[in-house]
Ligand binder design. Structure first.
Ligand code: NAG
Ligand code: NAG
Ligand code: NAG
Ligand code: NAG
Ligand code: NAG
Ligand code: NAG
Length: 487
């Protein structure tokens, strides 16, 4: 009797523990939802896609009403972002932070949006920003925190700042020697002290792809999670992948400065699928699945065993992102522009169910725009037209070792024409190019190169002159870039 009772109790305990572990692990995966698209899916469609796939956390770069509204009652936890260009205002004091919190946090929280964090700025200390946000980030954090307290939501909503992994480093390359970057050391300690005092996490973005992009000698296998021929030996620990090493460099930096118990959230982690020789479906899948399986194991990293809290970067490709960092920048999505999964990915790690597409997506007609077969490639108008098209639309899938890198010259021109035509919602004036172009109902896609049909975003479609916010300057730069590839 007693033994049976004990067995039942043990079994129940086991179930409880397993459920607890299951919950904790599935709790751990979030995703970044960026919105720099010419044709965004409706927010409600995206929220349903998040739910269908079991994402229970989302990170936003801005506080868009339509998106926060769609997240109402969804059960999805939200990290809402403040763009860097608002930091100066929020730092200046006055009513700016109170107003921001009232409009963009407390109202939504009352409406049932589960906001947990405010991300004040986005990677504001990136070295490429030349120190622009060094003086404003922390005061803005303090003012937003004070405003949250005043609004009575500070218990639930924490203030943090997503930082690029370049704010910490190790002089020897060994994680255990990690410390904060010398030029911002004092500022980092001030911020970490603030995080420790409010119980907010340190949010770090970790990008093995960028390490590889920046250094062709970076050992490729060290980026993935299947062991490396070039592991980093650090005392008694051998690091087999750069994610663990990078994460633990931060853990060491926190410990060294007396904040070993500040929690860490990986704000962005991912791999792009196009626009660079190392950005492809195979590597992206290998990295993302490797990462997900790694964290699903619950083992954590050598210096921080246990669950890892992370947001994948990113949800959907964004054809309006700046390509200043590189052409891959528009291809970080685990989903294509239309909410179709790019490759099978199991969020739960291992062999669990793979990504499900967005439901109910409406497309434009099955029509493409291509170069007329009779067109003369020697015609100066061809080059000019391609520059123009690629200046206003997205041609980042053209290039050395990209998905459309194998096209011939005519294919290149057609790709550019179609990209523009779709961006302009298949307006017939957008498939003319001085008589060089024609529409077709035969899909010109070939091999890995996909000629897309845009999604139907309805009334917002009348934009041929607005050109969706791309400046003439950017158009010229991009055009020149593409032209140089074509010739
Ligand atoms: C709320 O957030 C939006 C998006 O960032 C911003 O444009 C707006 O100024 C904010 N509202 C206030 C009152 O600060
Ligand atoms: C930073 O400085 C470099 C070199 O002076 C300049 O090219 C770049 O535009 C600057 N970036 C910003 C964001 O100000
Ligand atoms: C930040 O403050 C320092 C010291 O007051 C000043 O020298 C520097 O110019 C400021 N930087 C910016 C970008 O405003
Ligand atoms: C972390 O440590 C500090 C200082 O020892 C302490 O004040 C704080 O409560 C601790 N925080 C957590 C989350 O344990
Ligand atoms: C997934 O399934 C394959 C083949 O059935 C197996 O070899 C592999 O170990 C499984 N992976 C995990 C993480 O369970
Ligand atoms: C087409 O464009 C690609 C860049 O995507 C370039 O590498 C290739 O040489 C071009 N092909 C021809 C035949 O011009």
């Amino acid at each position: 009797m007693a033994a049976a009772g004990r067995a039942v109790a043990v079994a129940l305990l086991l179930v409880a523990v397993l459920c607890g572990v299951g919950l904790r692990l599935s709790d751990a995966i979030g995703v970044n939802w960026g919105t720099q698209l010419s044709h965004p899916l409706p927010a409600s469609t995206v929220v349903r896609m998040l739910q269908d796939n079991g994402f229970d956390k989302v990170k936003l770069f801005d506080a868009e009403d339509a998106i926060l509204g769609a997240l109402k009652g969804s059960g999805i936890q939200v990290m809402v972002g403040i763009p860097n260009d608002m930091l100066a205002d929020l730092a200046a004091g006055g009513k700016a932070a109170d107003n921001w919190v009232a409009k963009n946090v407390s109202g939504h929280v009352r409406d049932g949006v589960d906001i947990r964090y405010v991300a004040v700025g986005n990677e504001p200390f990136l070295q490429t920003f030349n120190g622009t946000y060094l003086n404003t980030t922390f005061p803005a954090m303090q003012n937003v925190q004070a405003a949250l307290v005043k609004a009575g939501v500070a218990d639930k909503v924490k203030v943090t700042v997503p930082l690029n992994a370049d704010v910490y480093q190790s002089p020897t390359g060994k994680p255990s020697d990690g410390d904060f970057r010398a030029d911002i050391h004092g500022l980092m300690l001030t911020i970490v002290q603030f995080l420790a005092s409010t119980g907010a996490p340190f949010v770090a973005n970790v990008y093995p792809f960028i390490s590889l992009y920046a250094d062709p000698n970076f050992p490729l296998d060290y980026a993935f999670f299947q062991g490396s021929l070039a592991p980093v030996v650090d005392g008694g620990v051998t690091y087999q992948n750069t994610f663990d090493a990078n994460h633990d460099t931060l853990v060491a930096a926190l410990r060294r400065n007396g904040f070993g118990n500040v929690s860490i959230v990986v704000g962005e982690v991912g791999w792009p699928t196009d626009g660079d020789m190392n950005a492809n479906l195979d590597y992206a899948r290998r990295f993302n699945q490797g990462f997900l399986t790694h964290i699903a194991s619950g083992q954590g990293t050598p210096l921080r065993p246990g669950p890892v809290d992370a947001y994948l970067f990113s949800l959907i490709d964004e054809d309006r992102k700046s390509i200043q960092p590189g052409n891959f920048e528009r291809h970080w999505g685990i989903f294509n522009y239309d909410g179709t999964p790019k490759y099978p990915l199991s969020l739960a790690g291992g062999n669990g169910s793979t990504l499900k597409p967005a439901r109910g997506v409406k497309y434009l007609d099955k029509k493409w725009c291509v170069l007329k077969p009779s067109a003369d490639l020697g015609d100066q108008k061809v080059g000019d037209s391609v520059s123009y098209a690629c200046g206003l639309a997205d041609c980042t899938s053209l290039g050395y070792k990209t998905s459309c890198g194998g096209l011939d010259t005519k294919g290149n021109v057609s790709y550019a024409f179609n990209s523009y035509y779709q961006t302009m919602d298949q307006d017939e004036r957008a498939c003319d190019f001085k008589g060089l172009a024609t529409t077709t109902s035969v899909d010109p896609s070939a091999g890995t190169c996909r000629f897309i049909i845009e999604i139907d975003v309805g009334a917002a479609a009348n934009i041929i002159s607005a050109a969706r916010g791309v400046t003439a300057g950017a158009a010229a730069v991009l055009g020149a870039f593409v032209l140089s590839m074509l010739l």
